[in-house]
Ligand binder design. Sequence first.
Ligand code: SF4
Length: 450
Amino acid sequence: MKHDSVPAMVTPKYHLVTYGCQMNKNDSERIAGLLSGLGFTSTDDEGNADLILLNTCSVRQTAEDRIFGKMKDFIALKAKNPDLIIAVTGCMAGRDKKGEFKERMAPVDLYFPTPEMVKLPRWIAELRPELVNSASLEDDYLKIRPSRVPSAQAFVTIQTGCNKFCTYCVVPYARGLEKNRPAKDILNEVRDLADHGVIEVTLLGQTVNSYRAPDPETFSSRNPYHDHYASLLWEVHEIPGIQKIHWTAPHPNSMTDEVIDALTLQKQVNYLHLPVQAGSNDVLFRMNRKYTREKFLDVIEKVKAKRPGIALGTDIIVGFPGETAEQFEETVSLYRACDFDISYTAQYSPRSGTLGVKLYADDVSREEKRRRWQVLQEVMEETAKRKNQAFVDTVVHVLVDKLENGLASGNTNEMKLCRFAATDPNLVGKIVPVRITQALEWQLNGSMLS
Ligand code: SF4
């Protein structure tokens, strides 16, 4: 039997690679928690691993191509170590309903959508029984305790999946319909993080503000809100030790008055990331975003009225099928009207299985997509530089997350990267005041106040 060939004291090793968004990173922390519960330790060297696991992303074709490109390496690794287990999870496995991707992944032993990670211990035990020291099984993967690198910042998933079916997006297929975690579990996790030194939490969900608690009775009778997401924010805000609250990504239609009001909670960062995707009503309709340009601008106006000076970020797709040059200009004018600090701009790429591919031809040329991206990039750089300039000679508060070569760095309350000279390693994980002396497009430089 295989397990006779492995010395009893050898600790099995896993090599876990994560692609894509923060949700995937948080899922990987759960996978790491699950594997360490089985007695595995992590290795950076895939040649030294008993289990290689890829947590994949499907948002762009390039992300998927990267995974297919790994298969050659895996064939070579398996030739050297036939007992090696190779596993693929995440969005590619989630949306591959017909098994077309799997067919191109010959060396892969385990292939499963994210929620099925709960079965990983059993599958590993079936393939390599000698590697598994216990088989404690959860039926809900969100109940698995994530294994995190110690830090003052942590991501907490409050919801998975999505019901919105934007026509360009694979998420509802890859991750399934929206599922919300019980508020009790979320708050217990945040309390536990605070007890372990975390001071900034980022709540994660595909449309985080559409959160509906399966257990609203968890909310305190003192909670001033009725909207479940605003209520959750208030409860997180009450947890001693937590100093900064951040969340991503909300949907404009779920920016209720109460959620907008919760932006004024004292621990809430002074930043809102609100994806708009396009500025033309025609394009928004074909994207199935279910709001108009006017409605989006109305939300932004309310946000700015409630929290003047808030920094704003967004996501934009350029070159969506049928987007004319004039319609793209509406995106540019909306960008200017909102005065966003930052945009994560993508050039449309058709994703198989989405409604966008079935309904519309990808009729904006690559060059034109690139041109539109460049136009927006220039507007963004000009806006960012102007807005950052306003911080010069002011004092910001920076949560230090890195100290290297005499330079400390971290984010301000507006989620802007700030750097300043420092040598004390104890600053990492602390919030410190910094006077800004220089503003660049993507960075503020300053000096720490004593
Ligand atoms: S809201 Fe739209 S873009 Fe966001 S995850 Fe859901 S379907 Fe995708």
